[in-house]
Design a protein around this ligand. Structure first.
Ligand code: ZN
Length: 77
């Protein structure tokens, strides 16, 4: 599965990437929701580069564990 196919598995909206806030508004997808100390929830969004990097890590982890790699599920990791 190539990069474009993996990116199509996610819904993209303009936003700030959690690892690249300096990039400003870029296409991002929602990956996690975290609870802040104040009890609010905050959406964590990731840009294309980060999603691909996370998918690569998931693929390697799945390979090492001998389990099937399923792309499109970064938010479940
Ligand atoms: Zn990023």
């Amino acid at each position: 599965m190539d990069r474009e196919q993996i990116l199509k598995l996610y819904a993209w909206e303009l936003g700030a990437c959690f690892r690249h806030p300096a990039k400003g508004e870029v296409p991002t997808t929602h990956v996690w929701t975290v609870r802040t100390a104040a009890g609010d929830t905050q959406d964590i969004r990731a840009c294309e580069e980060c999603v691909i990097a996370m998918e690569n890590m998931r693929r390697e982890t799945a390979y090492r564990r001998g389990v099937e790699y399923e792309p499109g599920r970064v938010s479940e990791a």
